[in-house]
Write a protein that binds this ligand. Structure first.
Ligand SMILES: [Ca+2]
Ligand SMILES: [Ca+2]
Length: 211
């Protein structure tokens, strides 16, 4: 049987919803002061002590405290940060930047990579995402119909092969450096391939963004 591939737009009840690019406005949250490890509004010896205790294994730091205590912004809390905070308190050192804004509603995008495959049963599809306007590094967790299909990691893409036709809820939970989660959900429709004397029909990517 001669197979001819043809694409057809998948239509679902959800298609009546507005198709828009995945985008959300960012909003500025409070600022984190560099070196203010305990986040009490001033940089003093107590911040040095807390960081030293953490390095000695005698204290834990929240993501906010760890970020404020990484005063050379190399994503590591170590003795260099302790020394720099001490120098700062003594007036001998100025931090690279004095504060960092915390964005709670930062921009998260999630889409199918339209070149990765057709939206068809048995065909791997790669989803891509990115986030910006907040403190990085970002981490990403992906869910299909509420089930985690790719655990939280630095990977901003995931590939999934659908075994049944239908409309799927694809969710991205994105976390910024402060572990603040922003969610993005899309609906993605997958169709069955079939063969006949007329062209084989398969789906193209049909995405509906949650309002
Ligand atoms: Ca402090
Ligand atoms: Ca550091």
């Amino acid at each position: 049987m001669k197979k001819i591939i043809k694409t057809v737009i998948t239509v679902s009840a959800l298609a009546s919803m507005i198709l828009v690019p995945t985008f959300s406005a960012s909003a500025v949250g409070p600022y984190l002061d560099t070196g203010d490890v305990d986040n009490n509004g001033r940089v003093d010896v107590n911040d040095v002590t807390l960081l030293q205790n953490y390095l000695a294994g005698d204290a834990t730091l929240s993501p906010y405290e760890a970020y404020a205590g990484d005063v050379d912004f190399n994503r590591v809390n170590d003795v260099v940060d302790v020394s720099l905070i001490q120098s700062h308190i003594a007036g001998d050192y100025k931090f690279i930047r004095r504060s960092t804004p915390i964005y709670f509603n930062y921009v998260v995008n999630l889409n199918a990579n339209f070149d990765s495959g057709k939206a068809m049963v048995g065909m791997p599809v790669t989803f891509v995402s990115n986030a910006y306007n907040s403190a990085d590094p970002f981490t990403y967790e992906y869910l299909v119909n509420g089930e985690v299909v790719q655990p939280k990691s630095s990977a901003d893409t995931f590939t999934y092969t659908f075994s049944k036709s239908g409309t799927y809820k694809i969710t991205l939970n994105c976390y910024n450096a402060f572990d603040v989660c922003n969610e993005k959900t899309i609906y993605y429709t997958v169709v069955d391939p079939y063969e006949s004397d007329t062209p084989v029909i398969c789906g193209i990517h049909s995405i509906v963004v949650m309002p």
